[in-house]
Design a protein around this ligand. Structure first.
Ligand SMILES: Cc1cc2nc3c(=O)[nH]c(=O)nc-3n(C[C@H](O)[C@H](O)[C@H](O)COP(=O)(O)OP(=O)(O)OC[C@H]3O[C@@H](n4cnc5c(N)ncnc54)[C@H](O)[C@@H]3O)c2cc1C
Length: 307
């Protein structure tokens, strides 16, 4: 049997740095991480959080089928798993950076980050660089797109940061990032032709998506009016989009096209599910942008815990 493309990595928390009011960077360390892989810029990974009573004692680490064994555990003995993005990886040093949004005490991950301490143990599930299998788990496929539209909220900032860092110098497009606070606008590296617009939330405790939907709608309306052909069916359209159920949760939305060998628009939208769905609907139904040009990913849903 082929070695799976991802596995559980045993790590320790190294540095914890607060980047801004709502972003906290954690560097995980271990020799095990020297085998960690990174297949695409918006590569998702999972963190497995410790249980208060038993830490990681119950986690079935051994064997390729650890996931089924983990799922079979009773609720109170199953460590919560949450989805994050690789923000930095230095395999030669066995170091992995993850940027956590601190959103209060409503979920196990946000509670964990509020109290995280250097030296504590953490399990991370991610690509295994020693496997020949692709890990999957990344969705950035712009193909030969001429214009990029990238939109997300704070949970997508780590993915967008990594995407921007690997764009070619002549890339063109617009990036919209809604964040809780003006202080959460991070210093991102982007090509000169890609404008990055930060959108602080007017109500930092709610109103998710309002700024993003407003700004992206305005940009898209003007852009499609100026260049309608670039929004139409891609010349070399792939046969279908892939419909992926996200996080085993039918309420979350996820649809990602394969790369098209075509020079038009490519949109990548990620963040709170309702806001992202609204945006995608406006692009596809409102403006007639072909759905094979739009990747949209509900990274979380207001009022719903992951898992
Ligand atoms: C592919 C992918 C990549 C992601 N990458 C990152 C990343 O790099 N960094 C990151 O911080 N997040 C990222 N996320 C989002 C993260 O997985 C969710 O925010 C997750 O719900 C956090 O878990 P939790 O235990 O804190 O809250 P949960 O237990 O899942 O939810 C508890 C409550 O908190 C609410 N909630 C969840 N997230 C937020 C939020 N951000 N703001 C306000 N309320 C929230 C939920 O609606 C729910 O009511 C990513 C998600 C996906 C699918």
């Amino acid at each position: 049997m082929a070695k799976p493309g991802y596995r559980v990595f045993d790590t320790q928390v190294g540095e914890i740095s607060r980047l801004s009011p709502h972003f906290v960077r954690v560097t995980f360390r271990s020799d095990d991480l020297k085998q960690f892989g990174w297949d695409g810029p918006d590569q998702r990974i999972k963190v497995m959080l410790p249980l208060e009573a038993s830490g990681f004692d119950e986690v079935p680490m051994a064997g390729d089928d650890w996931y089924s064994a983990w799922r079979a555990l009773p609720d109170d003995r199953r460590n919560p798993i949450r989805t994050y993005t690789i923000r930095g990886l230095r395999p030669e040093l066995g170091e992995l950076d993850v940027d956590f949004v601190a959103h209060g005490d409503s979920g196990p991950a946000s509670r964990w980050i509020a109290a995280a301490r250097s030296g504590e143990r953490m399990l991370v599930i991610g690509p295994d660089a020693t496997s020949d299998e692709d890990s999957g788990g990344w969705e950035w496929h712009p193909g030969a797109a001429r214009t990029l539209l990238i939109a997300g909220d704070e949970t997508a900032v780590p993915a967008v940061s990594a995407i921007l860092e690997q764009l070619p110098a002549d890339a063109r497009g617009a990036v919209f990032l809604e964040v809780p606070d003006a202080g959460d606008a991070l210093d991102l590296r982007a090509p000169a032709g890609v404008e990055v617009r930060w959108l602080p939330r007017h109500d930092p405790t709610g109103g998710y998506g309002a700024e993003l939907v407003g700004a992206v709608t305005e940009w898209a309306d003007a852009w499609v009016a100026a260049d309608p052909a670039a929004a139409a069916v891609p010349a070399a359209a792939p046969a279908a989009v892939r419909d992926l159920p996200a996080l085993d949760d039918e309420d979350l939305v996820w649809e990602v096209p394969e790369a098209a060998d075509d020079g038009g628009l490519y949109a990548w939208l990620a963040g709170e599910a309702t806001a992202i769905t609204t945006l995608r609907r406006h692009l596809v139904k409102g403006l007639g942008v072909d759905r094979r040009r739009v990747a949209f990913m509900g990274y979380w849903k207001l009022g719903r815990a992951e898992g």
